[in-house]
Design a protein around this ligand. Structure first.
Ligand code: ANZ
Ligand code: ZN
Length: 800
């Protein structure tokens, strides 16, 4: 048979679609498997080969599961709210709704042409009113439970996109959307109290099967830190301020204090501070810097001593100077620290620059050179002196602080509450009403969805107000409580809202009464296997785990964790080894590959190109190699005759079934394909294959290259779809290579003959040889000084 992909591929795609074989069945007898891939953002650029690689892993697993007898849910949808579409709408004057619909149609067409076995009857679109009704519903439930609050905060603001961004969306001080520099701005924003779930999100990691680096990134993101709060009073004042430290054991080494430039203490005592001008100037300088710039370890320390304000050491009563410096952040701990230059690098550099005393309290290192962060004997520390274990010293100090009422043990998290609003049009409206009499009032559940008004102007205001603020018919409303005149919230939800629960909607996408039927949720959840990008391991995954934990607490879902297992694909790089990007002109369009070589070749190639988890450059010659491989597979049809399994190929087949079965589960797609290529070579070398053997072969290849395999199946007279046929099983005993008789020599003399597995390695050969009953007595009391092995021929032991 010729590999006529132009004919074969549309034919099978149509047949699969008409028969609906990839539709998941709710509440079925079969065991269930829920495979999830990250739904795409339908951008104007169309699909990227990276999407194809990202979806191919669970595509293969889902297809294998169906052949193993599972009821499989493998859905797809579109995460379609967001800035790129809105910015494009502003540029072109085309409405975001229209742009989104067009892009979704284009993406769907591309995905179908690659032959993905998605259940197309369950597509979700986060911008659909029927969908975001439930996004708003979850928000209101959170509001009800006190998890939504409004606060004025210093926020990351992108002057170019005119939006407030979360820390997650502005890593490295750059806007995640347009890569401009972020500035700090004081704004009134909605927050979701995700920090309330910090411990649950951390502990939940013990119950799931994520790749180790994925877990680690989440642990770091949550950033749990254990330490103590200590109160330092202000000299000559009846007031104190709190600091947070992880090292209360070093309290006797404190020689100065540092507060963040934004710390409110400064304004409170402005009148008494002698050098207020210098402090003001320094504060202005800091306001221009991003958190990223401020926390860079390498940069030179800066700061100003506050003249006229001193702290008092809670244990020694000594007066201590207070500085403001930008290496202390207002948003972490209490925005104030006790500085211990002998044992903290940043404090050390600062003390050196400003000529402040350095008092060592832990033995070790050379503090004339650098701070010493290690363990050692406590010195210069009163009741701690002589202790050698950091843990003991900390515990002892905390006990003392608590006894004196000047401090207590405390926990801090790096994770902050989630800034949950954007001043943009193309997002879910936040269902809140501001009433002059009643204050903040939630929109009643019966009024959901609160729909986006259909307007032509979506440009944000000059000061970054939401475009919705200019639409009077939307803004003016009646208060749900007192029926008086009120105003709607005009901010919309951030990009990450819709993707925080989409996997639940797939389970029951058309439900009008609930986000999904509880019985169906019970049947399908949790997601058995989720694959996606490393770039979503913190933001999207942590947000969605948070929502899911919340829904669990509300009794909406029945599992705490949404994802039982999570893996990740590596990037596809351009042939030049650089990241694919439009500006570099090295982007490969998946449909070009489908046009020229076929979908099966594209699918085989993205899985064969290298370790699935590694970043791998695109190679045209390798694509051609995959094409050649599938042509040779198609060519097996002419060779196939007779029934049964031939003795010559029996071991090779059992081995290959085993290898492919196991490798696919471990996402070692490249070695699974290599094994199939190896077996193909063996078949061609023999020049003959039975029909039964060929059926096993195409079953193994079917999840990877389904179109050509279905075509071969049909030509062999197979009934139904190969995609639903039974996955082959192997017999462990038959995976063993045949044995060979090998002579065993001791000091060059033939002493015995043993049966060894063909081509076995040296270790295995010697392990068997030394246990042979004729050899054992010859080795007694001797030592083996040399082992010589010629595979399949001779084992020689040199003994003394
Ligand atoms: C005294 C001390 C002595 C500290 C020592 C460290 C070593 P993590 O692990 O990140 O929680 N710190 C506290 N609040 C801060 C803020 N808002 N901005 C910058 N630094 C802050 O680290 C906590 C440690 O970072 C705290 O413990 C404090 O310095 C500093 F030998 O206190 B330490
Ligand atoms: Zn009211």
């Amino acid at each position: 048979m010729k590999h006529d992909f132009k004919k074969i591929e549309p034919k099978w795609q149509k047949k699969w679609d008409e028969a609906g074989i990839f539709q998941a069945v709710d509440n079925d007898e079969r065991p269930k498997f829920y495979g999830l891939v990250e739904f795409p953002y339908p951008s104007g650029a169309g699909m990227h080969v990276g999407h194809i690689k990202a979806y191919s892993s669970l595509e293969v697993i889902s297809r294998k599961r169906r052949m193993e007898g599972y009821n499989v849910l493998f859905p797809i949808g579109f995460d379609a709210f967001g800035l790129p579409t809105e910015n494009y709408a502003i540029k072109t004057g085309v409405h975001p709704r229209k742009i989104t619909d067009d892009n979704i149609a284009r993406f769907s067409n591309q995905l179908k042409k690659v032959g993905f076995s998605f259940d197309w009857s369950r597509v979700v679109d986060t911008t659909d009113e029927d969908y975001y009704k439930w996004t708003q519903w979850i928000f209101l439930k959170m509001f009800e439970k006190g998890l939504v609050f409004r606060d004025t905060a210093l926020v990351n603001y992108c002057p170019s996109c005119k939006v407030v961004l979360s820390n997650e969306d502005s890593q490295g001080g750059k806007c995640d959307i347009c890569h401009s520099d972020i500035v700090q701005k004081s704004k009134s924003v909605w927050f979701l109290r995700i920090t309330e779930y910090a411990d649950k999100l951390l502990n939940g990691l013990d119950t799931v099967d994520y790749l180790p680096n994925i877990k680690q990134q989440q642990v770091n993101w949550i950033g749990k830190s254990e330490g103590a709060f200590v109160d330092f009073s202000l000299a000559d004042k009846d007031e104190s301020f709190r600091i947070y430290t992880t090292r209360p054991d070093t309290l006797f080494g404190v020689t100065f204090m540092v507060i963040a430039p934004e710390h409110p203490m400064i304004d409170k005592y402005a009148d008494e501070i002698a050098n207020m001008e210098a402090i003001k100037a320094y504060r202005e300088e800091c306001a221009k810097k991003t958190e990223f710039e401020r926390t860079q370890l390498v940069k030179e320390k800066t700061g100003v001593c506050i003249d006229g304000l001193n702290a008092v050491h809670p244990l020694t009563g000594k007066k201590i100077p207070i500085y403001i410096a930008d290496y202390v952040m207002m948003g972490y701990g209490t925005g104030a620290i006790m500085a211990v230059p002998a044992h903290d690098d940043r404090d050390y550099e600062f003390a050196r620059k400003f000529g402040i005393d350095i008092v060592q309290v832990i033995e070790g290192g050379d503090i004339t050179e650098a701070a010493y962060a290690g363990d050692g004997k406590m010195i210069n520390s009163d009741f701690l002196n002589g202790l050698t274990n950091k843990k003991d010293s900390i515990a002892r100090m905390v006990k003392e602080l608590e006894k004196l009422g000047v401090g207590e043990a405390g926990v801090q998290y790096k994770m902050k509450d989630w800034a949950f609003n954007r001043q943009r049009y193309w997002g879910e409206p936040i269902p809140i009403v501001h009433c002059p009499d009643c204050g903040v009032v939630p929109v009643p559940y019966e009024e959901l969805p609160l729909c986006l008004p259909k307007v032509d102007n979506f440009e944000p205001g000059q000061e970054g107000e939401s475009p919705l603020a200019g639409i009077e018919s939307f803004v003016n409303c009646t208060c749900p409580k007192c029926k008086g005149a009120a105003k709607r919230e005009t901010d919309t939800m951030p990009q990450w809202a819709g993707s925080s629960w989409y996997f639940l909607r797939y389970i029951d996408p058309h439900n009008q009464e609930a986000l999904a039927d509880p019985e169906k949720l019970k049947y399908w959840m949790p997601v058995d296997w989720y694959n996606g990008g490393m770039e979503h391991v913190t933001r999207h995954m942590i947000y969605s785990r948070f929502w899911h934990h919340f829904l669990y607490d509300m009794g909406v879902v029945n599992t705490e964790e949404p994802y039982a297992k999570r893996t990740a694909q590596g990037l596809i790089l351009g042939p030049d080894g650089d990241k694919m990007s439009k500006s570099k002109g090295n982007v490969v369009d998946p449909l070009d590959v489908v046009e020229e070589f076929g979908a099966d070749v594209l699918r085989t190639y993205v899985l064969f190109m290298g370790d699935y988890g590694a970043a791998t450059p695109w190679s045209d010659s390798s694509v051609k190699g995959c094409k050649r491989f599938l042509e040779r597979v198609a060519g097996l049809c002419e060779m196939a005759s007779g029934e049964g399994v031939t003795p010559e190929l029996e071991t090779a087949f059992h081995k290959t079934i085993k290898k492919v079965s196991n490798d696919l589960e471990e996402m070692k797609f490249n070695t699974a394909i290599a094994a199939l290529m190896g077996l193909l070579n063996d078949i061609y070398a023999k020049g003959q294959i039975t029909k039964d053997e060929l059926i096993i072969y195409i079953k193994l290849l079917c999840p990877i290259a389904p179109h050509v395999c279905e075509e071969i199946w049909e030509s062999l007279g197979g009934t139904g779809f190969l995609s639903m046929a039974k996955w082959p099983v192997y017999d462990e005993a038959k995976t063993m290579d045949s044995t060979v008789e090998v002579g065993v020599q001791v000091n060059g003399k033939l002493r015995s003959v043993v049966a060894l597995p063909a081509n076995c390695d040296k270790e295995e050969a010697f392990a068997i040889a030394v246990k042979d009953e004729k050899i054992v007595p010859l080795l007694e009391g001797k030592t083996i000084v040399k082992e010589i092995y010629v595979p399949n021929k001779i084992v020689n032991l040199v003994v003394k």
